[in-house]
Design a protein around this ligand. Sequence first.
Ligand code: THU
Length: 139
Amino acid sequence: MPTNIQISELCQAAVYARNKSYSPYSHFRVGAAVLTSDGNVYTGTNVENAAYGPSVCAERVAIFNAVSDGKRDFEAIAIAGGPSNGALQFCPPCGVCRQVLAEFCKPNFLILLTDGSEDVKRYTLAKLLPESFGPDNLK
Ligand code: THU
């Protein structure tokens, strides 16, 4: 279970990662930061594409960044999103990202939404993706 300090730092990392968002089509900038069980943080941003379909969300980039570095055990993810010309808002992960989280994360994995204030919204993966299909179904 992440400490309050880890949660605060993870949220800050998501807000900072958002600065690198490539979102010229939606103008909706998102940053994500994932905390591994061994205490490392990996970040990602949304990366859009002129063909739209190949665009990818910040959460998946963060998870894939970590998996590419050999990490597969995760405690929490923080997400910071909002329009490029407006304030941060609580930005819940899309359905595809929830499914990607279910591939690697346990039901009690924490999903943290930050709007940059102290008020962090906390959910578990089980809450945001109940009755999910995952690796266990294929065993
Ligand atoms: N987006 C994310 O990166 N994460 C979310 O949780 C929601 C949506 C991105 C996808 C797209 O680049 C833009 O935000 C608008 O949907």
